[in-house]
Every structure is written in structure tokens, then in C-alpha cells.
Design a protein around this ligand. Sequence first.
Ligand SMILES: [Zn+2]
Length: 314
Amino acid sequence: MNKTQIYMIVKNEFATKKATAEAVAFDNMQKVLKDPEFFALHKKERELIFDIAKNKSIKKPTEELSVNLKNVQNAIISRLKILNTPLEDLSPKYDCKICNDSGIKNGRTCKCFEKRIKERLIAESSNNISSLHNFSEYNSKIAKNQKHQDQLEKLSGYMKSWIDSTNPEKPNLICLSGKTGVGKTFLTECTATYALKRGKLVSMISAFGMNNIFLKYHTSKTEEKVSVLDTLMDPDLLIIDDLGTEPMLNNVTVEYLYLLISERCLGEKQTIITTNLSPDGILARYGERVFSRIFNKRQCKNFQIQGDDLRINK
Ligand SMILES: [Zn+2]
């Protein structure tokens, strides 16, 4: 499900929630209005409210009417007690008192609506990556040499604290490079699961898949472009797996990769890149601009994992 579909579902969910709350209140009101005494009090209350408003508009005193209104309202509460209906049951019980479950306040999306969208997106991403590994399966001892073991151990600790960190100065991008099988993907999968459990919106994509999204964006009509990059731009944590294995598309791969990394860093969103390429390899393949983005010491952290193929050790 994409973001637009989730948006429509949540919009429907809100409309149903609002209509249900209003229908229940309406129903309760119809029930008590069948009582002649309540009916008369309710009618009197309406009339007094109307008269007070009228007097105010022509600057006539309203004190006496206000006292009458208070008395009628007290009588309403007493009558409702006899009818076994609390006063609050006559008004819709909205979950959100700010937007009354409309999802909109002063022409802007209410926080409750945004929160619900995020919950749905997270549920969606956990469906997509529920089969990934997690840190309880992580075992650095699988590496043959001590140096490799130590590095894997250190990295798992680093990744967890990086996800948990609220320091605005933390790097936004981590690049894990190393030969095939040294444990990059396993580590990032564990990190993805860890972040997901902490309520972050996570997306993991192969460089190949990412490149396809770039191409789709590049070839879409302007009005269709809006949501194409959502999967790459929205997540709190984006993992790009195996950078360097995607085909190089002219005017697409390098340009959009640069744009993606820049925009995500600017938005302080976390990104992990795994690659078999060395820093020199990245420079040669993507050029100076992408290289200096990925290896910008202030915003990015680069780890080269040294070791043998863990899959052979197994
Ligand atoms: Zn709200």
C-alpha cells in the first residue's frame, strides 16, 4: 500500500469515527426528548439561549435571562438523572477535542490525523520487513578473526545508540562498506528491526529498486511525480542495500542519488548505505559530488568492515 492509499483509508476511518460519535449522541437525544418534561426544558433552554444572543446584539441587559438559563440547565441535569442519561451522552464523544475527529483544524491537518497516518505507515513497513533479522540473532563470534569479531560487536552497539540518539549533531548517514558476506546486510536488517520497534518508519530497499524509483520519477508527468519518491523520502530510517549493483542510468542515477542523500540529510532523516565499493570506487562511479556527500565527515559516518565471508564460516 502506498501513502496515498493509506491517506484515503485514514480519511475514511476518521469520517466513520466522527459520524458514529454524532449518531450515538443524536440517538441519545431522541430518546430523552420522548420525555415531555425534558422536551419542555430543552425547548426553554433553546429559547433562552436565543433571547440572550438577541439581547446582546442590541446591547440589552441579559442578567435575568442568564439566571433563568442556569436554573433551566440545572433542572435539565436533574431530569436527566431520573432518565438515567448523563448530560455528556447528549454530545458527540470525539477522540480528538481539537478537531472533533475531522482531522482538520483551521484548514490544516490535525496532529491526531498525522499520528494515525504514521501508525498506519509503520504497520505497513513492519509488514514489509517482519521477516528481517534482529539483534537477538546477532552473533559477532561467527567471524573467524578477532578483529572482525570486535568490529561487528562495536558496530551493533553503535547502530543501536545511533537509532536511539536524540542529539541533533549525530550523523544522518552511515555508509557500511566491505566485501560480500562480511555482515553488512545482516547488521542493517537488525538495525531496521530495532528502529521499527522504537516506532520509527523504516524502509529497506536495494539500490536496484531505488534506481527504478528514480527512473519512474524521472519519466512521470509533473502531476504524478508528487508521491513517487515518498518511499525514499518519508521513512525516518532508509536503508539502501548494495549501492553499486544498480545499472547506471544517464541523468538519473547520480543526479537523484545526490538529491536523495542531500534532502534526507537536510531533513535530519537517518540513512544507511551498504556497498561493496571502496571510497575510491564510489568516487569513480558516482563522481565528486556524491562522493563528498557520502563522506562528509560532519554529517556522515563511514565504516569499512574488514574480514572474510561470514557465509563461508557458517
Ligand atoms: Zn485532531
